[in-house]
Write a protein that binds this ligand. Structure first.
Ligand code: BES
Ligand code: MN
Ligand code: ZN
Length: 552
């Protein structure tokens, strides 16, 4: 997807459709009034008679009948809710909802008005989220069909319309947002891949390809090296599959003088059948996404490589396939993890914590991690606790967790702090070994967190359980169903926060704007079809590229 910025008069803007905001409390935006002039007051009439209420994601399409050169074919009024609730994330989703609505109806080039209130208080943050959401809105899960569906989102160009905006600042913010959106979609492509295609080895190969494209260092441990390092836990998980495990490492060096290394660690179970403790058949197909945490690491590291925050980041992906077979690990087995702890296996379906345990030990003991965040589709219990509305966050260091949650809050991804009381550690003590891999049903997300804590050692660590958020079985106005790209946005925000200042939801922190200037032309992420990046700060939108396809 290409982006541009248009400042000044509406009359010189060219696009197939113009998107404008409408609010619940009747307050109106200057761009909406300007668009309404093109429509002879149709928006105002629709508001007056109650057809338009302004509630969030309400979309009303008006066709422009006058046929003057340069006028858009249509105007889409999109509800933004109450004026006072406006923030950068809601601006982003307003654009995402417009892209999905208009893109399905074959509008290739959109102009999206930056809400005036956002332009005043948090213009750059809004533009960043707007580009991210617009890119994310083009993703869908139909890539394996022989023909794209009739209602495929075709939007290929978005021009931000900001009458009084600073074109340079906005263009830079759009370029940053695009990079994050591309990272989100990359993670979703991986999470959506069929498990026979995306084996641990294939996940490693994808990580390597991405690393080459964006300039990350790639390394991988194969089973023999993993055995030498004593990674008995992840190796046991992979024993039932003909596709052996991999420990994948991506590294980004953004600050040679810093002693800080942020480790982003992801669960990479390419398919989770439950193993010998086999899962029920219903919806087992969805367990192809049990590598969403690992996919998030790849997507986030790709974005980080392009955004260039001034710190060092490593991504570690614990990749394995959990299948039953004659060579599979069993309930009753005792494993020895890399850090020397012994684990009694009570349920082979509690495999994620086993794979992650060795990834955490490796990050701590061999990769010099000084701060850790892991993400895993770890427990059904987390879905019971928080539903699909939020991921759980657990920690061994409250101060670090506070920073992590603050950074993540500006992204729209939701994380909810849950406790790791000593009681949960007691609950996973084993008679046979040091710990057991399940603590039973009570507090299942928390005993899983307590298990991981045993492997983070003294390093400040936060665990995200994304079991309820990584995958959606319903389309939303701004997002296709299927993989959601969680935790890419949070991971990127955490890295930027740790590098010294990040965007906040209300626009109070500006420091991030000064850091990490990116060169969008040179670093156009090739993982996005090699499409060119932001097209400068033109005053006139370029025509849509003929036959442009979705950005993946
Ligand atoms: N990958 C699953 C957790 C999961 C469930 C993710 C639903 C997304 C949606 C994980 O490996 C698992 O099977 N966990 C077990 C643990 C139990 C055996 C202690 C679970 O939650 O049932
Ligand atoms: Mn499982
Ligand atoms: Zn699993």
């Amino acid at each position: 997807m290409q982006f541009g910025v248009h400042t000044g008069e509406l009359s010189s803007l060219s696009a197939d459709a113009l998107v404008v905001p409408v609010y619940k409390d009747g307050s109106s935006d200057p761009a909406t009034r300007a668009a309404d002039d093109l429509l002879g007051g149709a928006i105002a009439r629709a508001v007056a008679c109650g057809e338009i209420t302004g509630k969030t994601y309400e979309r009303t399409l008006f066709h422009v009948t006058q046929n003057r050169k340069g006028t858009p074919r249509a105007v889409l009024a999109v509800g933004l809710g109450a004026h006072k609730d406006l923030n950068a994330v809601s601006v982003g989703r307003y654009a995402g909802a417009a892209v999905r609505y208009l893109g399905k109806r074959k509008y290739a080039a959109l102009a999206v008005a930056l809400p005036a209130a956002a332009a005043k208080a948090f213009a750059a943050q809004s533009a960043e989220r707007l580009a991210e959401c617009a890119v994310a809105a083009t993703f869908d899960t139909t890539t394996h069909r022989s023909k794209p569906p009739e209602d495929a989102v075709v939007t290929a160009r978005v021009t931000l319309y900001a009458p009084d905006g600073d074109a340079t600042v906005l263009a830079r913010a759009l370029a940053r947002g695009r990079v994050i959106g591309d990272g989100v979609n990359l993670a979703r492509v991986l999470a959506n891949a069929p498990p026979a295609e995306l084996t641990p080895q294939a996940l490693a190969a994808s990580a390597r390809t991405v690393a080459r494209q964006v300039g990350l260092t790639y390394a991988v441990l194969e089973p023999a090296q993993m055995a030498r390092l004593g990674m008995g836990a992840i190796l046991a998980v992979g024993k039932g599959s003909i596709h052996p495990p991999r420990m994948i490492v991506l590294s980004y060096r953004g600050n040679a003088r810093s002693k800080e290394t942020l480790a982003l660690v992801g669960k990479g179970i390419t398919f989770d059948s439950g193993g010998i403790s086999l899962k029920p058949g219903e919806r087992m197909d969805e367990m192809k996404m049990d590598m969403s945490g690992g996919a998030g690491v790849v997507g986030a590291l790709a974005a980080i490589a392009l955004l260039k925050p001034k710190l060092n980041v490593i991504g570690v992906i614990a990749a394995a396939e959990n299948l039953p077979s004659g060579s599979a690990y069993r309930p009753g087995d005792v494993l020895r993890a890399m850090n020397g702890k012994t684990i009694e296996v009570l349920n082979t379906d509690a495999e994620g914590r086993l794979a992650l345990s060795d990834a955490l030990s490796y990050a701590v003991a061999k990769l010099g991690a000084t701060k850790i965040v892991d993400a895993a589709t770890l427990t059904g219990a987390c879905v019971v606790a928080l539903g699909y509305a939020a991921s759980a966050a657990m920690t061994n260091d409250e101060a670090w967790c506070k920073q992590v949650l603050e950074a993540a809050a500006a992204t729209g991804e939701r994380y909810w702090h849950m406790p790791l009381f000593e009681d949960y550690t007691t609950q996973i003590r084993s008679e046979i070994a040091d710990i057991k891999n399940t603590g039973g049903r009570p507090g299942g997300a928390l005993t899983a967190g307590a298990f991981l804590k045993e492997f983070a050692g003294e390093v400040p660590w936060v665990h995200f359980d994304i079991a309820g958020t990584a995958y959606t079985d319903r389309e939303s106005p701004y997002q296709a169903k299927g993989p959601a790209g969680v935790p890419v946005r949070a991971f990127v925000a955490i890295a930027e926060y740790l590098a010294g200042g990040a965007a906040t939801l209300n626009g109070k922190t500006k420091a991030w704007l000064r850091s990490s200037p990116i060169e969008p032309q040179r670093h156009a992420p090739p993982f996005n079809n090699g499409a060119p990046s932001i097209n400068g700060t033109t005053r006139r939108a370029a025509p849509a590229r003929a036959g442009a396809r979705r950005s993946r």
